[in-house]
Design a protein around this ligand. Structure first.
Ligand code: 0RA
Length: 654
């Protein structure tokens, strides 16, 4: 407690309990990251999710149908729902309005809600009081019992007591807040796309709820604010359809079921497509469990056993000469698993791995029961799936042979590294960088320009293989991919093989993709990112993969030279320099890395003191999967459109 707090307590004669209250929110302000994960962009957006999660809880309890998020130019964000409204009656123990307790006491939310079906927000379910604690200003408007109530706070402290400000025939909660920039020092600007993606995901995970987002900071061509509405009638069944919209399905319909086992609601949608990738996204209480856990294990076990039993019973595996393993049952599988667990245990590095052991059996049983019925009733789909599994097993055997070959031969120099690699002298991986450079000529420039102590260069010729559409053994046979893997010092593999990734052997902790700043360059960068996303995901998760950002323009006036990364920068600079009378301004558009000399490339793109690297992150694995399948799938016009739209402001936080 600060001295001022103590003073407040003394003067108002607060009880011992309320001292707890004050200390509670002080703790949040002192260690915000402990409560909301971090104090960067991610933490900032978690504030919104925290409030929305509460609205979703109201919806799951059956009281709320509409949730609206509004972003305002003055930095405020408002979340409106049509739930019951946070209670405002006096809370007996605290002798304060319940609303005040909810917003000023840590973990107060649950105390009211014990019996209610509260499931969402297990990970960040720290309560709206944390949002209040980390806001410069927060206003709550409650529609309840025929009245409109208002209350206001600053830094978590009440600045305007509960008052009735009008009459209403509606119910609901409106929370507006302005994040505290002394906490969120990196940024307090909300990102529309980030929030919209999460609302889209929530709409799929909670069918029947309408989630809307409106951004008043920007207007469309007609002068209206940017707005999107997310609503899904079929929930995760539609989610799977969307994930696979650019893939070829091999069964007639998405298999969907919703059931409850041992008190655990289980909802699963799955589809097989002609690709070679597994895309299974699992959720617990609306949280994406990136690291999987017991629900995923139960799903896999149920799926493998049910399909195997069906195939054996129908004599479909009789002629097979080798073992089928678990991976084979999931090639070309796209699925979403959503379970609701009353008291989830989250484990793992990022606390996104479900630990509750009872969930494994529940999901296993749900899958076995529902899927075996489906297979019996849909023999054509069943046959297509089993054939796909057999194909996968066959390809895996071919791939193993190819992989063994890669390990023995290949274009390697004396030290077992690719001949084209210009390695660095430093040996500590944490200090080493590997540039993957488009083209031999730019590769040559980069070799001259680099700092050879810690920067290694691997030139790549042309477009690397599209792993989205290739079978595993083709991937191992591809020269450029072989070079990347051997240079990195690791081995790639799918999940069940992941021990093979061998990350202790990784030779560089910064892997930097450097391509031309044009459409072809971004396509090549996307191909490389896809390779990492599908086969070396952990490197992305650890934050090892980056994009270099070469400049787009060189602006010259006499002997002065400036680099520009955007059209706006260039325009501003040309105008600025044009003001003086003497000499004309010359603008050179860099079409490729090859147009820069070694010194320019070092100065603009490779020198750690000056360059900007974009770290590739996986914000939403499901969104990344959809984007990669779109970018790399068969739909060429769609891909071109996407690349053209995004190439300029290449924001690659997939
Ligand atoms: C405490 C108790 C109840 C609802 C809520 C909080 C609540 C919180 C938020 C936050 C945003 N929207 C919200 N809607 C509701 C239960 C209310 C009752 O029993 O009537």
């Amino acid at each position: 407690m600060t001295d001022i707090d103590k003073q407040v307590v003394k003067e108002n004669g607060y009880s011992a309990d309320s001292i707890q209250v004050l200390e509670g929110l002080e703790a949040v302000r002192k260690r915000p990251a402990m409560y909301i994960g971090d104090i960067g962009v991610r933490g900032l957006h978690h504030l919104v999710y925290e409030v929305v999660d509460n609205s979703i809880d109201e919806a799951l309890a059956g009281y709320c149908k509409n949730i609206h998020v509004e972003i305002f130019p003055n930095g405020y964000i408002t979340i409106t729902d049509d739930g019951r409204g946070i209670p405002v009656d006096i809370h007996e123990k605290e002798n304060k309005p319940a609303l005040e307790v909810v917003l000023t006491m840590l973990h107060a939310g649950g105390k009211f809600n014990k019996d209610a079906y509260k499931v969402s927000g297990g990970l960040h379910g720290v309560g709206v009081s944390c949002v209040n604690a980390l806001s410069k200003h927060l206003k709550a408007i409650i529609h309840r019992d025929g009245n409109i109530y208002e209350m206001e706070f600053a830094y978590g402290k009440t600045i305007k007591e509960l008052t009735i400000t009008g009459k209403t025939d509606k119910t609901g909660t409106i929370i507006s807040f302005l994040p505290d920039e002394t906490i969120f020092t990196q940024t307090t600007t909300f990102n529309f796309d980030t929030l919209a993606s999460r609302l889209r995901e929530l709409a799929f995970l909670n069918k029947g709820i309408k989630l809307q987002i409106t951004d008043y900071r920007e207007t469309d061509d007609d002068g209206n604010p940017i707005s999107e509405v997310f609503y899904s009638k079929e929930g995760i069944k539609e989610f799977v359809k969307l994930l696979d919209e650019n893939r070829q399905p091999i069964i007639d319909n998405v298999i969907y079921f919703e059931t409850e086992k041992q008190g655990i609601p289980v909802e699963i949608a799955l589809q097989y497509n002609s690709s070679f990738n597994e895309n299974v996204h699992s959720y617990v209480n609306n949280i994406n469990t990136h690291e999987g856990g017991t629900h995923l294990a139960g799903f896999r076990r149920g799926l493998t056993r049910t399909l195997k039993t069906y195939a054996e019973k129908n004599g479909m595996l009789d002629k097979l000469k080798f073992e089928i393993n678990g991976d084979d049952f999931r090639e070309g599988l796209t699925a979403v698993i959503s379970v609701k667990v009353a008291e989830p245990l989250f484990e793992g590095q990022t606390k996104t791995k479900l630990g509750n052991s009872e969930v494994m059996g529940a999901v296993d049983q749900a899958v076995s029961e529902m899927l075996s019925v489906y297979l019996e009733e849909n023999p054509k789909d069943a046959k297509n799936i089993v054939n796909k599994v057999i194909l996968a097993a066959t390809a895996r055997h071919a791939a193993r042979k190819a992989r063994e070959l890669v390990q023995r031969k290949g274009a390697l120099n004396g030290s077992g590294l690719p001949g084209k690699l210009a390695d660095c002298s430093e040996k500590d991986p944490a200090k080493c960088e590997l540039y993957l450079v488009e083209g031999d000529s730019a590769g040559g420039t980069a070799k001259q320009g680099r700092d050879r102590t810690f920067q290694a260069i691997l030139p790549l010729r042309g477009k690397i293989l599209n792993v989205e559409k290739a079978m595993l053994h083709k991937i191992y046979e591809n020269e450029e991919i072989k070079n990347i893997i051997t240079a990195l010092g690791i081995q790639i593999g799918t999940e069940e093989d992941s021990k093979a990734l061998n990350l202790e052997k990784l030779r560089y902790h910064k892997i930097i993709i450097m391509t031309d700043a044009d459409v072809d360059g971004s396509h090549i960068a996307t191909l490389i990112m896809t390779l990492f996303f599908r086969y070396m995901k952990e490197l992305i998760e650890r934050g090892y993969l980056y994009l270099a950002t070469p400049p787009l323009y060189l602006v010259k006036k006499g002997k002065e030279e400036y680099y520009c990364w955007t059209d706006e920068e260039r325009n501003r600079l040309v105008q600025e320099l044009g003001k003086g009378k003497d000499g004309s301004v010359h603008v050179q558009r860099y079409k490729g890395l090859g147009e820069m000399n070694a010194e320019q490339l070092w100065e603009t793109t490779m020198n750690p003191a000056k360059r900007t690297l974009k770290q590739i992150t996986i914000e939403s694995a499901a969104e990344a999967d959809r984007i990669f399948s779109m970018l790399m799938g068969d739909d060429v016009p769609l891909r071109r459109e996407f690349i053209e739209k995004h190439a300029k402001n290449a924001k690659i936080d997939v």
